[in-house]
Ligand binder design. Structure first.
Ligand code: ADP
Ligand code: MG
Length: 229
């Protein structure tokens, strides 16, 4: 088996003295994994995702990305690594309203681009948008797209820098069942085609059922259940 892409080792996280959110979490995410994280509201799912993505430091314990300590780097180095290697998708898509689908997708290429991607980004953006079924919508603004289409633009934006890890926080939270299924199909296809590991927080059993691993966060601990059939 390949070494893990991301490793959490004995990670604790508390906010202030009172709120202990994560307790001694160990988690390995491998390059081909698709992982769902379930759990009650307030159980620390977003906190866990933010620690995995280097947006939040743990209170104690280690986070390794590609074998190297993630939070031991200086902020600039960490920001550059996040931009290159980690794509984020949120429940609200956070697209820029005045920009077209194509322009929105190109935003992450404006800072810290991987050298070889600098010139090829517009063509790659067109290809990816076409791959997710938006080839005819390149110049549309977010307000001219459906909720599912907006979320697909956000997925492409998260992939534009060819990250190795895609982190999604309730990406189908504002979508209906059909759009949820469509996004689930898409995330699985992208995982296979683009070799990007996926960790998604979700309340949707339908989305979780498509992932190869299902984890549940409760009372600060993670348990792994066999993938649902
Ligand atoms: N920046 C923060 N400061 C203080 N408390 C926080 C902060 N972020 C999250 N929390 C608390 O940590 C707990 C877990 O939050 P969160 O990770 O957002 O849960 P979930 O995503 O599972 O709903 C909650 O009790 C929340 O209020
Ligand atoms: Mg959350």
């Amino acid at each position: 088996m390949n070494p893990p892409l991301v490793e959490l080792q004995q990670v604790d996280k508390h906010f202030g003295r009172q709120t202990e959110v994560l307790r001694c979490i160990d988690l390995d995410v491998h390059p081909r994994d698709t992982v769902a994280v379930l759990g009650p509201s307030g159980s620390g799912k977003s906190t866990l995702l933010n620690i995995l993505g280097g947006l939040l430091p743990p209170s104690s314990g280690n986070v390794r990305f590609d074998g190297q300590d993630l939070h031991g780097r200086d902020q600039k180095e960490l920001a550059a690594l996040r931009n290159r290697e980690i794509g984020f998708i949120f429940q609200a898509h956070h697209l820029l309203p005045q920009c077209s689908a194509l322009e929105n997708v190109l935003v992450p290429t404006l800072v810290h681009p991987k050298g070889e991607l600098r010139n090829s980004a517009p063509e790659r953006a067109r290809q990816l948008l076409t791959e997710v079924g938006l080839g005819e919508r390149l110049q549309h603004r977010p307000s001219e797209l459906s909720g599912g289409e907006q979320q697909r633009v956000a997925v492409v934006r998260a992939l534009i820098n060819q990250p190795r890890l895609l982190l999604a926080d309730e990406p189908t939270g504002s979508l209906d069942e059909q759009a949820t299924d469509h996004l689930g199909d898409l995330l699985c296809q992208l995982n296979e085609r683009h070799h990007v590991a996926l960790v998604t927080v979700t309340h949707s059993r339908r989305l979780a059922a498509r992932m190869s691993r299902v984890l549940t966060l409760r009372d600060g601990s993670l348990t792994e259940a066999p993938a649902p059939q």
